[in-house]
Design a protein around this ligand. Structure first.
Ligand code: SER
Length: 320
């Protein structure tokens, strides 16, 4: 049995990915690790959990040795808005952390899943039907670390045959763990505020289209790619994947269908607006579809229904 290590397991994707991996591969075989944030009880109690610091290579190596890990899902990272506020921290966590994971993977022969992002693109990238291979000149620290990370993963495969794989995630929407400090966070906040107070103040302008995806599809992308037949992978890292391209008013309109009193106004955050404007409106994910059968299940309508149903249960608020 292969053992799996998840870094960033207390984070938005990590918390749900750990649960999905435990269900699939057995609770004891999935080692969850976080840095400072204590995860929710179910995750803490359903299998091994340790605090580590990916910027300290020994703490990563210790986990891999101790648990005979063969696959690492490396999710520990700083998101875009926090990265702009603290670029030095972002470089350290996103680059040194990834380098350490890849070095440990090289030494102990692990495969590695690393998420890249729509943030790996920039203002000179074609923003519509953004191709798999195109101009990548991001002007944020987050973007710098994501492009460098994609290249580093490619290099470790080419030079050391480390089985590196990854996707460029769009904004991820979920009702369990909140994202922390990203540009796409509005698309999660809007559902919380719609249920709690029937109104939301959006920090991005109308017409700001970005790729988004519901969490079950994001988990499926990671697991399917790691299980894909390597002979079929022409790309390995940084596959464009998307499920929908939406602007704030599109989500608001969908919410209104279920919560008719919902209203949205705007108070633009110039930092996050500038970041969003430099990212694709919609990515072309045909390489992922062709090479490993990527296919999302949720669109805006089905995601909104599921989000509102589950979030209102979680918040214990009746919407009707
Ligand atoms: N959701 C991320 C962010 O907004 C994008 O990768 O930073």
């Amino acid at each position: 049995m292969q053992n799996i290590l998840v870094t960033g397991a207390a984070g938005q994707i990590g918390s749900e990915l750990t649960t999905a991996l435990r269900k699939k591969y057995g609770s004891e075989n999935v080692i969850a690790t976080g840095h400072k944030t204590k995860p929710e009880k179910p995750l803490l109690e359903s299998g091994p959990f340790h605090f580590i610091d990916c910027t300290e290579i020994d703490t990563v190596a210790e986990m891999v040795k101790k648990y005979k890990v063969s696959t690492i899902y490396h999710l520990a990272a700083i998101l875009s808005a926090v990265a702009e506020a603290t670029p030095q921290l972002a470089w350290n966590v996103n680059m040194i952390g990834l380098y350490n994971v890849l070095e440990v993977a090289r030494k102990y022969k692990c495969s590695v899943f690393t998420p890249s992002s729509i943030g790996a693109f920039g203002p000179t990238t074609p923003l519509n039907r953004t191709p798999q291979e195109t101009i990548q000149r991001p002007n944020t620290m987050y973007g710098v670390t994501k492009v460098a990370g994609e290249l580093l993963c490619d290099y470790y495969f080419k030079r050391f045959r480390v089985d590196t794989r990854g996707v460029r995630y769009p904004g991820i929407i979920s009702y369990k763990t909140l994202p922390g400090g990203g540009t796409t966070d509005y698309a999660v906040e809007i559902y919380y505020d719609a249920i709690k107070q029937k109104k939301y103040t959006c920090y991005l302008k109308k017409g700001t289209y970005l790729d988004m995806m519901y969490m079950p599809d994001a988990l499926k992308a990671a697991i399917d790619l790691m299980e894909a037949n390597p002979a079929k992978l022409k790309h390995r890292n940084a596959f464009n994947v998307t499920a929908m391209s939406v602007a704030p008013e599109n989500i608001a309109a969908e919410i209104e269908k279920i919560i008719p009193k919902f209203t949205m106004d705007f108070k633009i955050d110039p930092l996050r607006q500038a970041i969003a404007d430099s990212w694709p409106n919609n990515m072309d994910d045909s390489a992922a579809r062709e090479e490993w059968g990527w296919q999302p299940e949720y669109d805006l309508e089905s995601m909104t229904e599921d989000m509102i149903e589950n979030l209102s249960k979680k918040l214990k608020i009746k919407i009707h």
